[in-house]
Design a protein. Structure first.
Length: 258
C-alpha cells in the first residue's frame, strides 16, 4: 500500500524529532505529513531541517489553530487527492508507539477499513494518566458505545489506520466535531456504513514533554454531539417503526376490503 502517516502538531518541538525518528525506524520509507497549526516554538524549524536532508516528509503550515479534527480533515483530503491507499493518525507526543504500526498496517492491508489502536481491549493499557482522566476516558467510550450502538471499546482513540476507500465511502463533508469528538464521529460514520473495524491492543503512554491540548470545552463538545447523534438515531428508528406499522395496517385494511 501507499501509506501517508499524518502527524498533527502545535508546539511539539520537544517531541517531534523523537516521533519522526521512531516512525523512520519502524516503517522506513513511508511518507510523512506534519500538519502544523500555528506553532510558536521550533516545531516547524526542526521539520524543515529534516526535509532539507532529503527525508520523505511534507510540512503543511497553517496560520491558525483550528483543532485536531480540522487538521486531520485537511490532511485526509490531500491524501485522497494524491491517491494514497491508506492514512495513519498518530500523535506527535509519543503517546502512540510507532513500533505497533507494522501490525496495524498489515491488518489494513488485508482489507480492514479502519484499524484502531485500542487502550481498552485485552492487552491494551494506559500508563501515566491520573485515575480521574482514565475514568473519564473509559466512561466517555462506554457512553458513546451505548448512545450510538457501537461495538467498539475505544471509539475515542487517536491512533488509527484508515484505508482511503473508507474515507471516500463515509464522506468527509459535514463532519461536525473538531476536537475529542472527531474520533467518535469518524468511528460512527464508518460503522453506520457497515464497514469493517478492528481494534489492536496498544499501550498508551502519557506525554513526558510538551503540553496536552485537552481541555474541558473539547470534552463538553464531544458529550453534546454524541447525545445529539444518539437521540437523532432513536427518533429516526421510532419514525421508521411507526411508518412500518402504518404501512402494515394499510395493507391489512386493503386485504380485508378486497
Amino acid at each position: 500500500m501507499r501509506v501517508l502517516i499524518i502527524v498533527p502538531t502545535h508546539n511539539e518541538a520537544a517531541n517531534i524529532t523523537t516521533v519522526l525518528d521512531s516512525i523512520q525506524e519502524h516503517v522506513p520509507g513511508t511518507d510523512v505529513m506534519v500538519i502544523d497549526d500555528a506553532s510558536t516554538d521550533d516545531t516547524r524549524l526542526l521539520v524543515r531541517e529534516r526535509i532539507a536532508r532529503g527525508e520523505r516528509i511534507e510540512l503543511v503550515e497553517r496560520p491558525n489553530k483550528r483543532g485536531l479534527g480540522d487538521a486531520y480533515l485537511h490532511a485526509f483530503r490531500l491524501a485522497l487527492a494524491a491517491d494514497y491507499d491508506a492514512v495513519v493518525e498518530i500523535d506527535a507526543d509519543m503517546s502512540h508507539d510507532p513500533a505497533v504500526l507494522p501490525t496495524m498496517l498489515a491488518v489494513a492491508e488485508r482489507g480492514i477499513n479502519l484499524v484502531i489502536g485500542s487502550r481498552y481491549i485485552p492487552g491494551g493499557s494506559v500508563v501515566g494518566w491520573p485515575r480521574r482522566r482514565t475514568w473519564l476516558s473509559r466512561w466517555g467510550n462506554r457512553y458513546a458505545a451505548i448512545m450510538l450502538g457501537l461495538a467498539i471499546n475505544d471509539a475515542t482513540a487517536g491512533y488509527r489506520v484508515y484505508r482511503t476507500d473508507t474515507l471516500r465511502a463515509i464522506s468527509l463533508d459535514g463532519v461536525q466535531a473538531g476536537g475529542y469528538g472527531f474520533q467518535v464521529e469518524m468511528t460512527y460514520r464508518t460503522v453506520r456504513k457497515g464497514l469493517s473495524v478492528v481494534e489492536i491492543p496498544i499501550q498508551f503512554r502519557d506525554r513526558v514533554a510538551g503540553t496536552s491540548k485537552m481541555n474541558r470545552g473539547i470534552v463538553v463538545e464531544a458529550f453534546k454531539l454524541v447525545t445529539y447523534w444518539g437521540l437523532a438515531d432513536l427518533f429516526s428508528m421510532r419514525r421508521r417503526r411507526r411508518a412500518y406499522r402504518e404501512a402494515a395496517a394499510d395493507t391489512a385494511t386493503q386485504s380485508t376490503s378486497s
